[in-house]
Design a protein around this ligand. Structure first.
Ligand SMILES: CC(C)(COP(=O)(O)OP(=O)(O)OC[C@H]1O[C@@H](n2cnc3c(N)ncnc32)[C@H](O)[C@@H]1OP(=O)(O)O)[C@@H](O)C(=O)NCCC(=O)NCCS
Length: 135
């Protein structure tokens, strides 16, 4: 598996992968994805994108946030999500960031996943779990 910067050619694949997040136009709209492409990275197996992560630098320049993380339904539970989080950690460190954060709506039931990836839970506000990791 390799994790690389997303290109325009990956947009249809990211739209498919992000369907794992439910029917949310924001994550599956090609125009929005194109605008956000510089923040997107894809996990590829045999040149096919199977996972996608959107990483955004916060107002506090030392913090990066995982805005979107999804693995294609048929490729889940094979370590791809964990690898994307590892990539996010390395990316943050490379950019001199010190902290990685993520918010996850409780509907995704991903609390255990983020804890297994090393995040510290920071509580739940308005049905959203907040996590952080100091690097
Ligand atoms: C959540 C998600 C990104 C995890 O990616 P993944 O590739 O399936 O996860 P991994 O295989 O890397 O799992 C890493 C560990 O977390 C565990 N895990 C993964 N998903 C889990 C879940 N939903 N609940 C509990 N544990 C989970 C795995 O069993 C594994 O544990 P182990 O190391 O003890 O074996 C993926 O399932 C997904 O895209 N889900 C739908 C969209 C979503 O929920 N995104 C996050 C919302 S912000």
């Amino acid at each position: 598996m390799e994790i690389v910067s997303a290109t325009l050619a990956n947009i249809p694949e990211i739209m498919k992968i992000n369907r794992s997040l439910g029917d949310l136009g924001e994550y599956c709209d090609p125009d929005i994805l194109e605008r956000r492409l510089p923040n997107y990275f894809v996990a590829k197996i045999k040149n096919k994108a199977v996972g996608a992560i959107q990483l955004v630098r916060g107002f506090a320049r030392s913090t990066f946030n995982i805005n979107t993380l999804a693995v294609a339904h048929e490729s889940q539970r094979k370590g791809i999500g964990r690898n994307l989080v590892e990539f996010a950690k390395e990316h943050t460190e490379k950019k001199k960031g010190k902290r990685l954060t993520v918010e996850s709506h409780t509907i995704y039931e991903a609390k255990e996943f983020y804890e297994k990836c090393g995040f510290t839970p920071m509580g739940e506000v308005a049905d959203t779990y907040r996590f952080e990791m100091e690097l």
